[in-house]
Write a protein that binds this ligand. Sequence first.
Ligand code: DHB
Ligand code: FE
Length: 284
Amino acid sequence: MTATHGSPTAAGSGDSATKAFRASRSTASTGPAVSQERVSEVVTELLAGIHATIRLKKVSYDEFQAAKQYLIDVGEGGEWPLILDVFVEHVVEDVAAESQEGTKGSILGPYYLPDQVRLNTPARLQRRSDEKGTELLFAGQVRDTEGNPVPGAELDIWHADDEGYYSGFAPHVPDGNLRGVVAADDQGKFEIHTIEPSPYQIPTDGPTGALIEAAGWHPWRPAHLHLMVRAPGYRTITTQLYFRGGEWLDSDVASATKPDLILDPTDTGDGKRAVTYDFTLEPG
Ligand code: DHB
Ligand code: FE
């Protein structure tokens, strides 16, 4: 797991994550304006939670000022996307999941990049000529909630490398590495050749890492594939798939695992692994 080349810094990945987030906002539709009533009710409740914690834990002036300094540091380090996606996004996803049928979702995380190379199934994700890691064949079918094949489906997939680093957020990994948008066939079937990712560690040299260490927690997420599965006329699923027996599955720092999202690859005998996973999309 130790990086052999210049390790990415928290400041570097935080900065890239902040830029990627800003870019996604400038192209996204802004949606309906949030009403004054909504702002007031949500922020009042949020502040009430903070006030209650201060009273319950008798937070001191020193601690309050340390918290202020900490929040300033998170912003200056560009780490808001990292810290919010690790500690908060899973609850937003839980709420969204209340109205979702089909394959379970999981958090998007800070490392999605749009507009990656488009590939047809059977697809091989772009990788370095000396990419490390166990070869993985990930195959399956996209169907609707009635079990019918979904034509025109595409799988936008991105994942960390064998050292837990994402292209676009680690200077030593080439752009587009282990990312792609794979078009399934007219039966919704897909085959994606890639490598198994390693667990991901929150950068430990920035404010998010400092908090984790100060609290005595661990900074790990279990190995995972990120996916957005889309098809015209269906609600897009944003999810992650994990690996049975993988380290940190039961203590994901981002609390984003679900039992339904665990892959169980088998050895194919030639040093490779293979797994199938089918996706269910609901009309949208
Ligand atoms: C973070 C990184 C991830 O790869 C992920 O899936 C979720 C969160 C993070 O560093 O915040
Ligand atoms: Fe991730």
